[in-house]
Design a protein around this ligand. Sequence first.
Ligand code: SF4
Length: 451
Amino acid sequence: MFGIWGHPKAAEITYYGLHALQHRGQDGAGIAITDGERLRVHKDIGLVNDVFDKANFDNLKGHAAIGHVRNSTQDDGIFDNVQPLVFRSLEESLAIAHNGSIMNAEKIRRNLEDTGSIFQTTSDSEVLAHLMKRNFASSTENAIINGLINIVGAYGFVILTEKRMYVALDPRGIRPLSIGKLGDAFVVASETCAFDIIGAEFEREVQPGGLLTIDDSGIVSTKFLEKEPRKLCAMEYVYFSRPDSNLNETNVHTARKRMGIELGKEFPVDADVVTGIPDSSISAAIGYAEECGIPYEMGVIKNRYTGRTFIQPSQELRDQGVKMKLSPVRGVIEGKKVVMIDDSIVRGTTVRRIVRLLKEAGAKEVHVRISSPRIENPCFYGIDMSTKKELIAANHTNEEIADIVEADSVEFLSYEGMQEAIVTGEETIDRGICAACMTGKYPVLDASNQN
Ligand code: SF4
């Protein structure tokens, strides 16, 4: 998500911000903009570059905008679900961008439909708009609060009306969300790399449980729910975020490198070269190589013009994606004992293909070292790992996984090692991580247990 308030080129700036966030979703992109009187939106299925061309910006004039890149977590990559979602009413229009997952969305939706609501999309994000309308209060801000307090899950919201922008984060801050300044304009983004690309200065993280109201008079902060101990998604550090982003004051590359160092301490190998799967595993591979005193080499290269494998929706596409994306560097690999660092194993198909590529390129041995713990549990907070059945580590030992992926050995970083790499020091109310997919300890319970 990206948002900007108070800039004459709001749509263009949002376009560049979305570009920097493209890795977070490739299924759709959209921008909603206000000129103070009217809210306009342009969105479509596809990459940011495919969705927007110069002509679009002639129709997107205004001083404030929000944008979204979509990663469809289920088979819902349909146009209606591309965000921002826009709702029109006599009082005001509303554009909503959402990152995360609303666990009790189905239950809320059923209640609303039973009492007359008609939904436009299958997206869980739409329930907030309906809750706002149902619980309409003296102000839009209070309507948002009335909606948010009914929602359970992981969420960051950026909401635009004709007159204001609103920013909200769930009480545990499971998803990242930061505020910055670009001259006099306020900017908000899921990752700080979006600030760097537009030349904005990072100001601070959005406080968990906080709602920000932004207009020409500045920012007003309200607490809509008590802040809980921070549970920032560990997979943001492991895989999702860009290495140049800072999350909760920790640089992602630095955390990944530390994960590699911890992995090297826990599971060293007598090998000739260390290589990392581009791009998200390179930082950890550098750390591992440094710790073990083995040269780091670029053993696999990536074709830059294809999407990321993990977040493409179907298995068939994932399989195709790997073939198109990665190539071994024979001169580096041939005749060598190779340590291959990957950031995580979800289904195991990607790692198997890469081990095969390395062996076909002449590697004598391939030892797989994973710079995060075993993923044994589904994620209910917006990351596409929805059933235990699909998770290879939920169903197999390390030795079995080594056989399945055709590697000489497979080991995973311990939870303690990962936590040490991310949190560096004592965990406090502001500095904690969610690692439920690894540990099974869910920071937010299923909605049916809560209501
Ligand atoms: S369960 Fe895993 S993927 Fe989901 S939010 Fe927690 S750490 Fe992130």
